[in-house]
Design a protein around this ligand. Structure first.
Ligand SMILES: Cc1cc2nc3c(=O)[nH]c(=O)nc-3n(C[C@H](O)[C@H](O)[C@H](O)COP(=O)(O)O)c2cc1C
Length: 323
């Protein structure tokens, strides 16, 4: 249990936002295997204001898909506020709203949003101030350790300025924008941010196993963590981490039969149930998900080559059963 602003969050181990991954089918699966708090995929402020159907589809949820947090990306404080109102009118019971200052994707940086805000701190502060002053729910900010280099003094200064805006927590991915998603995790920067502020700080980066989750807590003193790629094809990682942190013991690993069952009769089934059908019936998306589950299978690369050639759901389902 951890408090973010006035909201009691049942766990300090949160499913991170992941664009193109953490849809309702994904969240339903990870919740079944121990994730209690999830994020929607990030939504773009301008697209919400323009009433983009695709963006609204990303906010599809159910009453069981709770507790849930949302994340907005944008660069203009007034637009971000307008978008936040639309979002909150569309979805009820959002626990807290995060501002994305961490996305390193080129098309996002071109629009001066996401991690671009790391080099435009005054804009980020203005957005954080506007949202936390005008909205009733807790507002949080996700940052990186820097834009192209780590500067502890700039980073801790930014963290303190963010805290002064009234935000309720900081999420920090322990890499610079330039590092994208690879390279070492900078635990020192996360630890310095934690020491600089008194609001909760959540560490992100390389949470691929219970030991790496413990390492994030031990090295940084952070209040919580977010699990991202570590949950792709391994939704049970949440139970694994919680058990290891509590008892120091590992849960018996899932075998191939378990993984096939979870992929086919749960995750893929939820995609069929919840995802609007594209012209190809979502098989391309399903193939991506099945590939996650084949991580660690003997002969995984030949399995993946075969998956690439699959044309429809029937073939995919038969293939999974045949593995
Ligand atoms: C495919 C993908 C999509 C992501 N989308 C988002 C996003 O929408 N918002 C966000 O704050 N972080 C996003 N992230 C970053 C993750 O939340 C996380 O901070 C990052 O992957 C580091 O954690 P990891 O090393 O444990 O994966 C994304 C990461 C990946 C791999």
């Amino acid at each position: 249990m951890i408090k973010i602003g006035n909201k009691e969050i049942p766990s300090n181990i949160i499913m991170a936002p992941m664009s193109g991954c953490t849809d309702l089918a994904f969240r339903t699966t990870v919740r079944k295997y121990g994730a209690s708090v999830c994020f929607f995929e990030m939504v773009d402020a301008t697209s919400l204001i323009m009433k983009s159907t695709k963006t609204f589809r990303m906010l599809k949820t159910t009453s069981k898909d709770r507790p849930i947090a949302a994340q907005l990306i944008g660069s203009n404080p007034i637009q971000m506020l307008d978008a936040a109102h639309i979002l909150l009118d569309t979805v009820s019971e959002i626990m807290f709203l995060d501002i994305n200052s961490a996305c390193p994707v080129r098309k996002v940086l071109k629009k001066k949003s996401g991690a671009y805000l790391m080099k435009s701190p005054d804009t980020l502060i203005k957005i954080a101030e506007t949202l936390s002053n005008k909205l009733k729910l807790p507002v949080t900010v996700k940052i990186r350790t820097g834009y192209d280099k780590n500067d502890l003094s700039d980073l801790t200064d930014l963290a303190r300025r963010l805290e002064d805006t009234g935000i309720s927590a900081i999420f920090i991915h322990g890499r610079t924008c330039k590092q994208m998603y690879s390279g070492e995790i900078d635990y020192t920067s996360i630890r310095e941010v934690k020491s600089a502020v008194s609001i909760p700080v959540f560490g992100s980066g390389n949470i691929f196993s219970p030991e790496l989750a413990k390492k994030m807590f031990d090295e940084t003193g952070c209040d919580g963590i977010t699990v991202a790629r570590g949950a792709l094809g391994t939704p049970w990682i949440f139970k694994d981490i919680e058990s290891y942190l509590k008892t120091g013991k590992f849960i018996k690993p899932k075998n191939i039969t378990d993984k096939k069952r979870i992929a086919l009769t749960e995750h893929i089934k939820y995609i069929k149930k919840y995802r609007e059908r594209s012209s190809e019936g979502n098989v391309g998306f399903m193939k991506k998900i099945v590939m996650w589950y084949t991580k660690g299978f003997p002969d995984a690369s030949s399995i993946r080559n075969k998956i690439c050639k699959i044309k429809n759901y029937g073939q995919l389902s038969d293939f999974i059963k045949s593995i």
